[in-house]
Design a protein around this ligand. Structure first.
Ligand SMILES: Cc1cc2nc3c(=O)[nH]c(=O)nc-3n(C[C@H](O)[C@H](O)[C@H](O)COP(=O)(O)O)c2cc1C
Length: 203
């Protein structure tokens, strides 16, 4: 085999092994398990650049991001949003406190949004899928940089008051609240359904 071909195969082996390690070692780390260290903004910018290379049907590029350089600023707003949109009878101080404190040990928060485009032939589900791919690019890039991450849809994330707060259109959606930070350890991975049960091979 020519030397350049051998070098190419070696390069592909290394690239596959690197990306496999990154994909398999990405874990969700709860923001409260982060350690308060700050991520430099330029690294978050480089993650957003990866997000922009997600696949996109019809080039609608439906991902939009609101980035908080101070995670607790988002958490405090999140808690207030909960308070303002909950009746006094239903208000739960423990939920408020949990939302309020959620970002204390994280560094940045990225709100990942699906902005519905004007191409009706692209179904909504595909726009959501494209933004989910963009989110995964962020999470994998973060893992490669030693940054812990957490994709959350809890609290007010998927509720109308959050859409109003973000001035989203009726057909736009919040896809997730991404907490980024550093952690002193990586949680164990766990998959409970065996891979074989998720695959139908037609050979
Ligand atoms: C769309 C989406 C929304 C999620 N929302 C939450 C959430 O609100 N709260 C939470 O604890 N985890 C949430 N997660 C993270 C999952 O709990 C986590 O991915 C799962 O436990 C598997 O762990 P791993 O990410 O470490 O592999 C969400 C994940 C996805 C894909």
């Amino acid at each position: 085999m020519p030397v350049f071909l051998r070098a190419l195969f070696l390069f592909m082996d290394i690239a596959f092994s690197t990306i496999s390690t990154i994909i398999k070692s990405r874990r969700s780390t709860k923001p409260v398990a982060m350690n308060g260290k700050k991520i430099p903004d330029y690294q978050v910018e480089s993650l957003l650049e990866l997000a922009d290379w997600a696949p996109t049907h019809g080039f609608t590029e439906p991902w939009r991001f609101v980035v908080y350089g101070n995670a607790s600023e988002f958490s405090h707003q999140h808690a207030e949003l909960y308070k303002c949109s909950t009746t006094p009878e239903n208000f739960d101080q423990a939920i408020y406190n949990k939302l309020y404190d959620q970002g204390d040990k994280a560094s940045h928060v990225i709100l990942a949004i699906m902005k519905r485009g004007s191409l009706p032939k692209i179904p909504v589900i595909e726009e959501v899928e494209a933004v989910s791919c963009a989110v995964q690019n962020i999470l994998l890039g973060a893992t490669a940089l030693g940054i812990a991450s957490f994709w959350s849809t809890g609290g007010m994330a998927l509720r109308q008051p959050m859409k109003d707060f973000l001035k989203l259109g009726e057909d736009d959606h919040v896809i997730g609240v991404l907490y980024l930070g550093y952690a002193d350890s990586n949680p164990e991975g766990n998959r409970s359904i065996p891979l074989e049960k998720k695959i139908t091979w037609i050979r």
